[in-house]
Design a protein around this ligand. Structure first.
Ligand code: SPV
Ligand code: MG
Length: 292
């Protein structure tokens, strides 16, 4: 257990302390526990995840819904509540495009009150789909409108600790690095606490080019990336490029799904569960997983 106010602060503290911050997605209490507790020894050092990404994609998928904002904020806040109850690490919330400018302050206040450290809003407008699909029928917001949304969010937070992070979709829309940099400057000017630059290229090249130019005007405000498609780049290489936060955005649900389908198929095939047993956690371990 950790009080909400102390929890909000944790992300800013880590940003000061760590060279790079590593965050993994969670979409319910159980996946929250996995992010909270998983640790390994690497080169003689104990390492773990620093925080939790409450992803719109994985939260929606876990509810059997598409990642189109159909899972509304109220429902997303319930997922957050589940995760908050069983974890202590800082949480970064994926708020899609943050909704209407008039609604965004309410989301910010709810998140801050609950103990969330940061919200990420993407500069899309209208009907939203996941950025890793094609961008047909999706639109990028105007710089002016999105800056107003950033300002509305920043104005509504109660403490100095909460962060509003602006996510730039220019590379997703194939609008090029210059458009992304122009937007980054404007969003920083509007008061965003950091920039998430997104890409769905297999190569990290455009992200690295952006990161290189970003350093010249960022004034210490962190750069965040989501290397789902360009996933061969290491944390050391990202850090070297000046990137401060790396989000592994969807890996727990993507790994769980094929494992569950496999077990379901084995039961159908053999008309019993014995063959699936070796793929399952022993019942005793399920009982011990969560202390009562
Ligand atoms: C999410 O995890 O929901 C994200 C990141 O927004 S992405 O799926 O890459 O758009
Ligand atoms: Mg999302």
């Amino acid at each position: 257990m950790i009080p909400s106010a102390a929890r909000v602060k944790k992300f800013r503290k880590l940003l000061k302390k760590r060279r790079i911050i590593r965050i993994l997605e969670a979409h319910n209490g159980l996946t929250g526990l996995i992010v909270e507790k998983t640790n390994i020894k690497r080169h003689g050092k104990q390492i773990e995840f620093d925080g939790i990404w409450e992803s719109s994609l994985t939260d929606s998928t876990s509810k059997g819904k598409p990642d189109t904002s159909i899972v509304d904020t109220t429902s997303r806040l319930l997922s957050i509540q589940e995760i908050l109850e069983v974890t202590t690490k800082p949480i970064v919330f994926d708020a899609d495009n943050g909704g209407l400018i008039e609604h965004f302050p309410f989301t910010v206040r709810s998140l801050e009150r609950m103990g969330i450290s940061a919200v990420v809003i993407e500069d899309k407008i209208g009907f939203k789909k996941n950025s890793l699909f094609d961008v047909n029928n999706q639109n990028q917001d105007s710089v002016e409108n999105f800056c107003e949304k950033i300002k509305a969010g920043k104005k509504s937070q109660i403490t100095k600790d909460f962060m509003v992070i602006a996510r730039i979709e220019s590379l997703i829309f194939n609008k090029g690095i210059d458009d992304a940099l122009r937007r980054a400057k404007a969003y920083l000017q509007a008061g965003t606490d950091g920039i998430l630059i997104h890409s769905k290229m297999r190569s990290p090249e455009e992200i690295l080019t952006f990161a290189n130019s970003y350093q010249s005007f960022a004034k210490g405000r962190p750069l965040v990336v989501v290397p789902t498609t360009y996933n061969t780049i290491t944390e050391d290489q990202l850090e070297e490029a000046g990137i401060k936060v790396v989000i592994y955005a969807n890996h727990l649900i993507r790994s769980a799904y094929p494992a569950m389908v496999n077990v379901a198929e084995l039961i159908l095939k053999h008309q019993r569960s014995s063959e699936a047993d070796k793929l399952c956690l022993p019942i005793q371990e399920v009982l011990n997983l969560i202390p009562s």
